[in-house]
Design a protein around this ligand. Structure first.
Ligand code: HEM
Length: 512
């Protein structure tokens, strides 16, 4: 049955009416967001103020981190990233957004970024404020100073294997080694052993399919997060998320879960992180599955990322590499002297690690939070409830308001004024003056975040990084194979999507 003559103009009128209503809705919304919205006075690109689309584009392209930094350089310490979202770089924001403050509730995670595990149970990362406290109590004893000290044999065992494998590589062939992937093998194995007394056999097989899989899952997770920003798109999350990646995520979850269950069958109190959690009796089995699934990545790729970026910075700054190598080789006569206790005496090593955290933080992007109901004051500004807020570590760490020479690798800035490295030495590099960096806002650098949800594994991470770098630079001379691209040009999907880093290794020659 066709339309009669009188019906066609009616339909046309309805379509035009609908279109005009939509147009006036978009017009009113744009005017409201630009001039009357509570965030209208904060600077940022006009397109970001009126629509979430530019943000989603940066997020999906893997360049949100770099773009946010670009916007902070242009607009200053507060940027309106989207109609209801602000990004901060002033160090005070660490305290105001992430820490506990008298009279204020801690800011909850932004729920849009929280994806539930495959079994539906909460993990420490996506738990509600109340559940989170219980998760934290169950895990915290496994991360005490004592617990870290007791795990030294585990760390040393895998670092021995790491060095052994590199020596074998040099013996077998003179070609460059991809250190980025060897760091991955080492940190995944260490995490497996620390968490559930079972490594991933990455160093023995020289492969880590889990890591490759994780990158593809993180991309898919980012796509899902993007869709959740628009409630009307949320129902399509399942459709648009490629079935293959969904299956991969399930596979990864089941792999980790079977490790959890193998461990549950062996009673080993306090032998590993799982032992402490079981002793506490505070978490259900599904919660343990979810938390250990997250831990596998949170505690391994982050460390590998820092080791890779630090090596890359050192190779691109040969004077700094020479200083660090000299400190390590002057301190340790034998490889066996490199212990957890002895590595505390190396100020230049610590300065180099801190500077690497500053330039290429392993968690470079947002730790997104939601301003609770009544609103809150951040950096002296009243921010209404419901606003999305965050510090992008990459932007805060490279902000010229926070650090002098923000893009340069200057480990010396973290040393005290009496350090010998401030005295100009006969080198082609310009000498570093203490005064240049004295005004740095050092508290801007918080690679492990602060407050009730700050990283539990920071002590493990520091010890692991120091031991691996000391052993590597004690044993080998390093030389980049070809030109190394700056680490920070890589994409991020929550974590850096690290590419290969080919490095030529030569046995260090020691004077008798
Ligand atoms: C260089 C290495 C690491 C960096 C930069 C890092 C960074 C972070 C950051 C920024 C957070 C907070 C996320 C947020 O507030 O949204 C976090 C949380 C966490 N990290 Fe790490 N991490 C590292 C290594 C580790 C290691 C080695 C472990 C375990 C062995 C670990 C376990 C955790 C856990 C359990 C949480 C959740 C804490 C909570 O929600 O209470 N991390 N990490």
């Amino acid at each position: 049955m066709g339309f009669g003559h009188s019906q066609a103009p009616l339909l046309l009128k309805a379509i035009i009416g609908l279109f005009l209503s939509l147009l006036s809705y978009v017009f009113c919304l744009t005017v409201y967001r630009l001039y009357f919205h509570p965030l209208a006075r904060y600077p940022g690109p006009t397109l970001c103020a009126v629509s979430r689309l530019p943000f989603l584009h940066y997020l999906q392209s893997g360049h949100l981190v770099q773009k946010t930094h670009e916007l902070h350089c242009k607009y200053g310490e507060i940027v309106r990233l989207a109609p209801n979202e602000l990004s901060f770089t002033n160090p005070q924001a660490w305290q105001d957004i992430y820490n506990r403050r008298p009279g204020h509730d801690p800011m909850p995670m932004n729920p849009i970024w929280q994806a539930k595990s495959a079994n539906g149970a909460s993990s420490i990362v996506d738990a509600s404020v109340e559940d989170h406290a219980r998760h934290r109590k169950a895990l915290a004893p496994a991360f005490s100073e004592k617990s870290v000290r007791e795990r030294e044999p585990i760390l040393q065992r895998y670092i021995n294997l790491f060095i052994f494998k590199l020596r074998r590589r040099i013996y077998d062939s003179k070609t460059a080694v991809d250190l980025s992937e060897f760091f991955t093998f080492t940190t995944f194995d260490i995490l497996g052993a620390l968490a559930f007394s079972e490594d991933f056999k990455s160093l023995t097989t020289e492969s880590c399919p889990l890591s490759t899989l994780t990158y593809s899952i993180l991309r898919a997770t980012t796509l899902r997060t993007g869709l959740r920003f628009h409630p009307f798109l949320a129902p399509f999350v399942g459709v648009l998320n490629p079935q293959k990646t969904y299956q991969e995520a399930l596979h990864l979850f089941h792999q980790n879960t079977s490790k959890v269950h193998r461990r549950l069958e062996k009673p080993m109190p306090q032998a590993d992180i799982m032992g402490h959690v079981l002793d506490s009796g505070k978490l259900s089995i599904p919660e343990i599955e979810s938390t250990f699934n997250i831990l596998t990545l949170a505690g391994s790729d982050t460390v590998a990322s820092l080791l890779t970026s630090m090596t890359s910075q050192l190779l691109r700054n040969p004077t700094k590499l020479r200083r660090l190598v000299a400190e390590i080789r002057a301190t340790f006569a034998a490889e066996a002297d490199i212990t957890m206790k002895a590595i505390n005496q190396l100020p230049y090593l610590d300065a180099t690690i801190t500077e690497s955290f500053r330039l290429d933080p392993p968690a470079p992007g947002q730790n997104p939070r939601l301003v609770p109901g009544p609103g809150a004051t951040i950096c002296g500004h009243y921010i209404p409830g419901g606003t999305f807020v965050s510090i992008s570590q990459f932007s805060a760490n490279r902000s010229p308001q926070n650090f002098a020479d923000p893009d340069a690798f200057i480990p010396e800035r973290w040393l005290p004024s009496h350090s010998p490295f401030y005295i100009p030495e006969a080198s082609s590099d310009p000498p570093v003056a203490f005064a240049t960096y004295a005004a740095d806002r050092k508290e801007a650098l918080q690679p492990f975040s602060v407050g009730p949800r700050a990283c539990l594994g920071s002590k493990f991470a520091h010890v692991e990084i120091r031991l691996v770098m000391c052993r590597l630079l004690w044993a080998f001379d390093l030389q980049a194979e070809g030109e190394l691209r700056p680490f920070e040009e890589q994409k991020t999907y929550s974590l850096w999507e690290r590419g290969p880093m080919p490095v030529k290794l030569v046995h260090a020659v020691r004077k008798a």
